[in-house]
Write a protein that binds this ligand. Sequence first.
Ligand SMILES: *Cc1c(COP(=O)(O)O)cnc(C)c1O
Length: 313
Amino acid sequence: MDDKKKKLFVPGPVDVRPELLEAFNQPLIPHRSQDASDLQKRISDKLQDVFLADNNQIFLSTSSGIGLMEAAIRCLTDKKAVVFSVGAFGDRWGNIAEFNDVPVDVVEIEWGKAVKPEMVEEYLSTGDYDVFTVQHNETSTGIANPLEEISEISNKYPDVLWLVDAVSAAAGIKAEVANWGIDAYVTSTQKALGLPPGFSMGAFSDKAMERAEEIGHQGRYFDLLTLKKYYDKKPYQYPSTPSILHMYALDKQLDYILDEEGLENRFERHKRLRDMTHEWALDNGFELFAEEGYRSPTVTTVTNNKGLDILEL
Ligand SMILES: *Cc1c(COP(=O)(O)O)cnc(C)c1O
């Protein structure tokens, strides 16, 4: 098939609208220029709106999402982290911690089930942890965890920082990052944001940054204190040379999301598409894999109850 006609049917990377690809075809600017600072500030302001993150600091990273997840768990855990894992990406938090010598306990939840607030309470109430992590959306199982309900528990334990992997959720499923008290909300470009891979961003609370100060520098490239030092320069800067082309495209896509499509419309559209996909799956004799009540608006999973040869497919 002509490569230009290929359609992607994977959770990410997703197809990118041609106008956004065109944004990559523009002249570069020096990353220490006022124009680059202005570009970064526009992106930060708009991401605060998309994440409903008030004035939380917005860090950008020229890396995929795992880079900022690594930064978060490594720079913010002093005592011990507890990772609530409902699938493959939940496990990822666990091995990121382990490979960085961050003390961690991983709570494995049966695939297809969500993290429930009671489970979070059971662990946080022990006083053993100063960080906990959940996925907003677990791509491998099609579960969207109930962040709003979890926030009620999290708010009872203000000394425990809450880190959320929002890679397949942000800009597709609503999260009220500031209201719910999420301390690190991290995502990358190639899923619900609809951009090419290679860039990530996250909202970090003041509480998170106080913890990072106490712990001190952790590495250099994925060090939250280094990112903050340049962010605080106002005009905004990035500690090294960022992918300016991704920033052009992100700036444009955020305008589209906020001003053309509208954030609420975008969230509703994803729910509508989920319902259509479910209907198709059920009409075609599949069973839905994810537990009812927690089915993701961005990723649908079906059980292979028809015995299809998945590799062949
Ligand atoms: C895709 C995905 C990741 C990995 O993100 P990268 O940008 O590839 O590093 C992490 N978490 C979730 C939930 C994902 O869907």
